[in-house]
Design a protein around this ligand. Structure first.
Ligand code: NI
Length: 271
């Protein structure tokens, strides 16, 4: 039997964005050819959540998350909430995201962002789907909200209390990572882990429990070394996997297997 290529999983990629309009099918085929067998595409508003579901219908390898990103929080209203609830019932909608807080771009007041985040956490517990969480310069506010939500899930005996979500493109401190693991969250590591100056992030990434680590591109953004500065695409998740396997002192095959198994556990995928 021929040796199988390790299966890679990209748990965060925005394939619906304009940066892919000229060559989207080629990008997807390149990823599959490179061994990326599953890609999670999180929406950032209602329209892109619909587009993510359309991609999931078109490709076996693609799954969708539906949600309103904090930078689009001003678009939230009751109707948007109702549409997301409906979209979340699609069989290939397997998470609520990308949701969270962004104090860097700060397009909407913190107050509104927090409300929209809270509404979508409640939606996630209602439909029993884990969350994909965006954080920019808001780590403590995010963790406070997530921990309170996860405690509530435990109290309700929710099936997602054991797999409440992923902290996408993790950028917090070691202590934040450990607190997140203690509340059953997964840690998503993106391209910056390959950047020369990212010593702190590498130390965090090295110490994430093997059962909680995920790899994600966040394409078209955050291209890893050695393609830093280019448009990112899901096939480049292998560069992140390779760097992490070196950091953690394990084989690339094992790193791929661990992160794919973790994605299965978080997202309810079958092998
Ligand atoms: Ni994203």
């Amino acid at each position: 039997m021929a040796a199988e290529r390790p299966t890679l999983t990209d748990t965060h990629c925005h394939l619906f964005l304009d940066q892919f309009s000229a060559d989207r099918p080629e990008v997807i085929v390149r990823a599959i050819t490179a061994g990326v067998s599953r890609i999670l595409v999180p929406g950032i508003d209602v329209e892109s959540s619909r587009a993510a579901i359309q991609l999931a219908e078109d490709y076996d390898e693609i799954y969708a998350a539906v949600g309103i990103h904090p930078n689009s929080a001003h678009l939230w209203n009751e109707e948007a909430g109702a549409i997301l609830r409906e979209l979340a019932t699609h069989p290939k909608a397997i998470a609520i995201g990308e949701i969270g807080l962004d104090y860097y771009w700060d397009k909407t007041s913190h107050n509104v962002q927090e409300q929209v985040f809270q509404f979508q956490l409640e939606l996630a517990s209602e439909v029993n789907l884990p969350v994909v969480v965006h954080n920019r310069e808001a780590t403590q506010d995010i963790l406070r909200k997530l921990f309170a939500w996860q405690e509530e899930l435990e109290r309700m005996n929710s099936p997602i209390a054991e797999r409440p979500g992923v902290l996408h493109s993790f950028s917090g401190e070691l202590a934040d990572m450990e607190a997140a693991l203690a509340a059953n969250f997964y840690i998503g590591i993106t391209g910056p882990v390959t950047f020369k100056k990212a010593q702190g992030l590498r130390e965090v990434a090295r110490r994430v429990a093997p059962t909680r680590l995920l790899i994600e591109t966040d394409a078209p953004y955050l291209a890893p070394e050695p393609v830093r500065g280019q448009r990112n695409e899901p096939q480049f998740v292998e560069h992140i996997a390779r760097r992490l396997s070196e950091l953690r002192g394990i084989s690339l095959e094992r790193l791929c297997l661990e992160t794919s198994t973790n994605a299965d556990a978080l997202l309810g995928w079958q092998n």
